[in-house]
Design a protein around this ligand. Sequence first.
Ligand code: NAI
Ligand code: MG
Length: 355
Amino acid sequence: MKRHVIACIPGDGIGKEVLPAAMAVLKAAGEKCSFSIDVRQFDWSCETYAQTGKMMPDDGLDRLRDHDAIFLGAVGFPGVPDHISLWGLLLPIRREFDQYVNLRPVRLLPGISSPLRDKAPGSIDFWVVRENSEGEYSQIGGRTGLGDDEIVVQQAIFTRRGTDRILHYAFDFARRLDRKHVTSATKSNGLFHSMPFWDERFAAVAAENPDITTDQYHIDILAAQFVMSPERFDVVVGSNLFGDILSDLGPGITGTIAVAPSANLNPERRYPSMFEPVHGSAPDIAGQGIANPIGQIWSGAMMLEHLGEEEAAALVMQAVEAVLVDPELAKTPDLGGKSTTAVFADAVRTKLLEL
Ligand code: NAI
Ligand code: MG
């Protein structure tokens, strides 16, 4: 029987509630499809930081390196500044493990209503491919001068290698999905150097992929298009900053970030990839057992797919969708129901075993 060794980092707040709930669903998928999941638990979190001054131990990355994948809940909690939890755990993992693709599906699930009027389940169905390792998010820059003379410089870094590889990923991914259209997010009218370069590389990579149609929009009008006509998109590729914004706007138009998943991928598989929901640790509802586990479960389905368990991944999503439209099985409060994390996830697990 195939065995997948997974590093689980529940993290903080609702991460500690939704991750175990989702893992039970994934294990049930394993029972059905004849593979096992070997969970290695890492309690790295803001709590660890409060006790040790570190989000993870110095050899943390070495301890993660040999796993088949990393399954993360959420990190961040009041009392620990967000830049500590981010730069102390998430970003080192994404960067050291060269997870340069951030992949997010945007899909309107049945049983969830979109804030956009009259959108039917499935009518919104596309993917955001975000560059995850360079671009606008850099630590290069500085502040100088005093008072009215203060000057701040924040550098963006676009490398040919980094740009080309994310663009190639987007085209290859569109082909794999058989959704042969790629949209590029740009802003070459405002960003004088980086975005004309991005456009040039997009055109060059597009020329190598003549079977795939393309278009490109400035990020401002693209944001408007996400709201006005989301049906038109298949795969949307953007730089780190543009992709970050679009990949929250996407889940926004499909109802709630609580159900949105994401994958941080090292496509060459030299390092483990990391799968995590889009939402954070939700301190406002943490400890109540009412967090919606769908974002974590869907991230788990993406992880199974990455591990080659396509059938299991599809079954997990079928089970989620079946539970969402079953009037007998209540949703969690964020979706207007009265259910709990445990009851909802268990309904998915039961449904999955029946499929
Ligand atoms: P958040 O996503 O934790 O919460 C935003 C709102 O959505 C809250 O009202 C929350 O109750 C609700 N919500 C989120 N997930 C939910 C779920 N599964 N079910 C039901 N309701 C849900 O974002 P916020 O409040 O901005 O950040 C809280 C903490 O999480 C901060 O420390 C932040 O840095 C951290 N964070 C961590 C992320 C990560 O680990 N990747 C991502 C985003 C935020
Ligand atoms: Mg974001």
